[in-house]
Design a protein around this ligand. Structure first.
Ligand code: NAP
Length: 278
């Protein structure tokens, strides 16, 4: 068996096109343009690049981005105050705090200053809780993107065994919750998991969310399983041993070009949603 490749670039492009249509409708209806505020603290080059990519994408779908740049020595109190201002500003629909923020800052406190209606990156505890309770709210973007990939490929989820390798609050845990909400039987693995190979071997759907190059070996993949690799390690290497896994899986995401492109696409879809529902 040779797995079919899940084309994240194409699926993200479809989502961008849908978002651009929704933005046009929104502008036509209300006469105002949705606004995403991006907050960048310090001058980490990778973070700067990510923010620039997000702002470029905003421009391409017709969302206005407002850039807030703060110096590296900003205090937690100053950052929280700036985000609280954006939360209260009626001109702003969504807020993105680029993370990780510099190490001296309390990132959680900064996230929690984002009002839930503007948490289009899905990083607050309220958004997480809403996701866990199945209540309306914004999803964490990469997990939301993973579910969209599965839907775009019409992968049945209900009743299937899903193994998520990784349990971070922005990736592994929310992916597990979203799969559970779709009636998968979910196992979340982590660094203390005993017999990871045995658990992966049972999985109909495997999600790599670890950040360790090729930790998930191809020979562990059950024949016909669907493999989603969210890992992004230096040298464009995923968490899954791609060549060997694609000889056993039915569907697999490449790195790059699989999960990665979905994250910003979901961010912008949630920004227009924030504008529509305000
Ligand atoms: P993280 O916060 O470092 O979490 C890594 C998780 O992997 C932890 O839960 C850890 O377990 C688990 N883990 C570590 N070693 C393990 C092992 N040997 N066996 C099983 N589990 C193990 O990382 P993250 O932020 O979730 O990111 C994970 C990866 O996804 C990274 O490569 C990142 O770049 C990528 N990512 C991509 C996107 C995107 O495509 N847009 C978005 C977000 C993240 P413990 O909890 O026990 O420590």
């Amino acid at each position: 068996m040779v797995a079919e490749i899940i084309d994240g670039v194409k699926i993200a492009a479809e989502l961008y096109a849908e978002t651009a249509r929704r933005v046009r409708d929104y502008v036509g209806r209300t006469g105002r343009t949705p606004v995403l505020a991006t907050v960048l603290v310090g001058d980490d080059p990778a973070s700067r690049t990510y923010v620039r990519m997000k702002r470029n994408r905003c421009a391409r779908v017709g969302i206005e981005s407002r850039s807030v740049e703060l110096p590296a020595d900003t205090t937690t109190a100053e950052l929280v105050a700036r985000i609280a201002e954006l939360s209260a500003d009626p001109a702003v629909d969504g807020i993105l705090l680029q993370h990780p923020v510099p190490g001296h800052l309390d990132e959680r406190a900064a996230f929690e200053a984002i009002s839930p209606e503007k948490d289009v990156d899905g990083v607050t505890m309220r958004s997480f809780a809403a996701m866990a309770f199945g209540e309306p709210g914004f999803q964490s973007c990469t997990p939301g993107g993973i579910l969209r990939l599965l839907d775009a490929c019409e992968v049945p989820v209900a009743g299937r065994r899903a193994v998520v390798v990784g349990r971070s609050p922005i990736l592994g845990k929310p992916v597990g919750m979203l799969l559970l909400a779709r009636d998968a039987t979910v196992t979340c693995c982590h660094s203390k998991t005993v017999d990871l190979p045995g658990l992966v071997r049972e999985a109909d759907i495997v999600v790599g969310a670890v950040g360790r190059p090729e930790l998930i070996r191809g020979e562990w993949i059950k024949p016909g399983a669907v493999v989603i690799d969210a890992g992004s390690n230096p040298g464009n290497i995923g968490d899954v041993e791609f060549a060997a896994a694609s000889r056993r899986a039915s569907l697999i995401t490449p790195v790059p070009g699989g999960v990665g492109p979905m994250t910003i696409a979901v961010l912008l879809a949630q920004t227009v949603q924030a504008a529509e529902t305000r």
